[in-house]
Ligand binder design. Structure first.
Ligand SMILES: Cc1ncc(COP(=O)(O)O)c(C=O)c1O
Length: 343
């Protein structure tokens, strides 16, 4: 650990952990959950510092963002530290721990009461536009289409390159697309043959599946298709059901002692399976975005799981291969570009 002169300097340089994967290719996990609040601290830092440097955000100016979790925390951390007012538009699915953290940091919470026909995401965006209209000069980081979101991950790719060298396969959850696509672009500059594997939720619309806004998984998945999802860099996508993602997250804690959120659990399951399908000298990197603390009342709560019919906690063994036009109901994968055959 090196000395940090302030909390913004403490963002990044996260641990890289070699998992106890089954015999097969090694899986390394980038513990973005070890950032002060989570993976999006990097993104908030990049977007807010750029906006200040370009004069888009004046000293003390208002920052408005729509988020139900890690992005809200990152923006609140960096924004309030630099003396900005931070207004977070969210929905009732936000957990109590995140609300308490945002409140403690000094952010304003604005909770939309109901979803619109475009799901929660559209309801939040409508509210956000109303707030922006009322505050001239307010800055909206726009994580879904701001190129500074993916750009924030070139540092992550550099950190991995320095510690691990070549990466052959990158596995990461997709919500805005920033972390997977930004890391992929930066790693591909080092290894043009890098294989990029996206992890999504059954019932998420990002890869053309029918949207199911009632899905339980958070962080990854989306009811809209963000511009920061760059399909041209993604080779393959896996979808996991809520039950499978929860089972994988519990397994990650039990087997690897990493207490994380469901997007890390899903990335873990996919990376672990890939390690059994690929040559032992393949280097696999998985992104783990956030800690498990905010999921103590959901994933880690047996009563909540029971109430949602999640009783079978055995992680599935392998995915079904489907085409991009088929609807995934359980762990399935489809290829987007170069074809791959697993053993
Ligand atoms: C916990 C968690 N996992 C995964 C993601 C997806 O990351 P990205 O938005 O970079 O695609 C997010 C995004 O907010 C998240 O909060």
């Amino acid at each position: 650990m090196t000395y940090k002169s302030n909390v913004i300097a403490a963002i990044g340089a996260t641990p890289l952990l070699c998992l106890r994967s089954p015999a097969g290719a090694p899986v390394h996990a980038k513990l973005e959950l070890a950032n002060p609040f989570g993976m999006k601290d990097r993104v908030a830092k990049q977007m807010i510092l750029t906006a200040r440097a370009q004069g888009v955000l004046a000293d003390g100016g208002l920052i408005v963002e729509s988020s139900s979790g890690t992005m809200a925390l990152g923006v609140a951390l960096v924004g309030t530290y630099l003396g900005h007012e931070v207004h977070i538009v969210t929905d009732p699915r936000m957990d109590a721990l995140t609300m308490a953290k945002l409140d403690a940091l000094g952010a304003t919470l604005d909770i939309v009461p109901a979803m619109t026909s475009g799901g929660w995401q559209s309801a939040r965006l409508e509210r956000l536009r109303t707030v922006m209209d009322r505050h001239t000069g307010a800055f909206w980081p726009r994580q879904y289409d701001n190129p500074d979101n993916p750009a924030a991950y070139s540092d992550l790719a550099e950190e991995v390159h320095e510690e691990l060298g070549r990466v052959d396969v990158l596995v990461g959850p997709v919500g805005s697309g920033g972390s997977l696509c930004g890391t992929a672009r930066a790693l591909r500059r080092r290894n043009p043959a890098l294989r990029v594997v996206a992890v999504d939720a059954v019932g998420s619309a990002i890869f053309g599946q029918p949207d199911r806004p009632e899905r339980l998984q958070s962080g990854l998945g989306n009811s809209l298709v963000p511009a920061n999802v760059d399909f041209s860099v993604i080779d393959e996508v896996h979808w996991l059901s809520d039950r499978e993602a929860y089972a994988a997250t519990l397994e990650l804690a039990a087997q690897e002692k990493v207490f994380a959120g469901n997007s890390s659990g899903s990335a873990y399951l996919v990376a672990r399976w890939l390690s059994t399908q690929l040559a032992p000298d393949t280097s696999i990197l998985a992104l783990f975005p956030d800690r498990g603390d905010r999921y103590v009342e959901t994933i880690y709560n047996p009563a909540y799981r029971l109430a949602h019919g999640i009783t079978d906690l055995t992680p599935p063994r392998e995915p079904r291969r489907i085409s991009l036009t088929e609807t995934a109901q359980q762990w399935s994968y489809a290829t987007l570009s170069r074809d791959v055959e697993y053993a």
